[in-house]
Write a protein that binds this ligand. Structure first.
Ligand code: LLP
Length: 401
């Protein structure tokens, strides 16, 4: 059990706390369900990119799925070997492509013909052969929130099947490109297995047709997206997920790559925030806390549900309220119309399931320093990122008259 009250007192709030034992359990679960095959779990760094989290995952054998050269550098710094690092993303600058080639990572995952051309030109200039994979857009509706659905042709992601095939043929002939992977990722927080199964069928069929063309793809990257429980949603059983994918790979000798982010860290993280006071506006009750949408934007951005627990308060006399932050936006809330007991200054709230896309999407909006981050493992806590000070906020600014 994590003693949230103790941690809030020791480190102050707003505060992120990550349960590393749970991170380990989740990582091991995923590795386990793919054990019948060669597999590589490339943790999606964007979900939570704290160096200690990455280092911990590196020690468990994780690779990294990165979407910027910044994430690639984080992964390398944390000790993730270069041969386990993938660089994805719909838009990469030339300097990012160049650095990825020079750092000799496992593969660059490209998402358009234009990007294919850029990578080829840059590799030629460096006189290197760039290992690539192509993100295929299987045109499948992932049935998740539209902002995090990515597998339809109307989304900006990936390359249509027919075009991807042409690109593989070109890559095979190129002196500077080596096609080693194929990739799809149809969305995040997926709670329905069917779309993944269908997407994998489409992509594995394509893989088979590439084999006929003597294009030997070694890495079959199924992306991330495994949904977690925030509330009472049904989630996909990991075993069924792996079986569904593996069933589409019969007769193919490939290493399965999986890029989970949320599944590993989502329910391993907690956001601690302290009550400042309550107020009423024309009869409507608001609980105002010291954390804001700059710390955890998911409720504001996706209307995402995060369960809120009150530490040491079992008052059954509850009434409906909104839990809101201090930011100057009406969209700054953690919960709307929830039943909570009467709260007073310094009561502590724990916002659950905050380990993924929490701190990593936080900002300095309203000139607020970002929250501190703490790890918790085998009963011990450690500060893994200091709270940002005012000096941190202005460090890069110049004052002109
Ligand atoms: N691989 C690729 C290519 C991705 O685009 C993503 C997430 C992942 C893997 C990891 O997906 P996960 O296993 O975490 O679902 N900010 C949103 C989620 C955005 C996801 C973006 N891509 C949220 O807070 O729900």
């Amino acid at each position: 059990m994590i003693d949230f009250k103790y941690l809030a007192k020791k480190y102050g709030t707003p505060l992120y706390v990550y349960d590393f034992n749970n991170i380990k359990k989740n990582f091991t679960n995923i590795k386990e369900v793919f054990k019948a095959r060669k597999s590589l779990i490339c943790y999606a760094v964007k979900a939570n990119s704290n160096l200690s989290v990455l280092k911990y995952l590196a020690s468990l054998g994780s690779g990294a799925d990165c979407v910027s050269i910044g994430e690639v550098k984080r992964a390398l710094k944390a000790g993730i070997p270069k041969y386990k690092i993938i660089f994805s993303g719909v838009g990469k600058r030339d300097d990012e492509i160049e650095e990825a080639i020079l750092r000799d990572i496992l593969m660059i995952n490209l998402e358009s013909e234009a990007e294919f051309n850029r990578i080829e030109i840059i590799a030629a200039r460096l006189n290197k052969k760039a290992r690539i994979s192509i993100r295929v857009n299987p045109n499948i509706d992932a049935k998740t929130h539209p902002y995090i659905s990515t597998g339809l042709n109307e989304n900006k992601f990936g390359v249509e099947i027919d075009q991807a095939k042409e690109l593989y043929i070109r890559a095979k002939k190129s002196d500077y490109l080596e096609p080693v992977g194929i990739h799809f990722h149809i969305g995040s927080q997926l709670t329905d297995l069917k779309p993944i199964e269908e997407a994998s069928k489409i992509v594995s069929n394509m893989l088979k047709s590439l084999k006929y063309l003597d294009i030997d793809i070694k890495f079959y990257d199924i992306g991330g997206g495994i949904g977690i429980k925030y509330n009472d949603e049904e989630t996909i059983r990991l075993y069924n997920y792996a079986q569904a994918v593996l069933a589409t790979l019969k007769g193919l000798d490939v290493t399965v790559v999986c890029e989970p982010g949320r599944y590993i860290v989502g329910n391993s993280g907690y956001f601690l925030t302290t009550v400042l006071y309550e107020k009423k506006n024309s009869g409507k009750r608001f609980v105002i806390v010291d954390g804001g949408m700059n710390d955890l934007i998911r409720p504001s951005l996706y209307k995402a549900y995060h369960e809120i627990e009150i530490v040491e308060n079992d008052d059954q006399n509850r009434s409906v309220c909104d839990v809101v932050g201090p930011i100057c936006e009406s969209g700054d809330f953690f919960a709307k119309d929830v039943q909570l007991p009467k709260l007073k200054q310094n009561d502590l709230l724990v916002v659950k399931s905050a380990g993924a896309y929490g701190f990593s999407m936080s900002s300095n909006y309203n000139s607020r320093g970002r929250a501190a981050e703490v790890s918790f493992e085998d009963g011990s806590d450690r500060l893994i990122r200091k709270r940002e000070s005012f000096e941190d906020l202005i460090r890069l600014e110049k004052e002109f008259l």
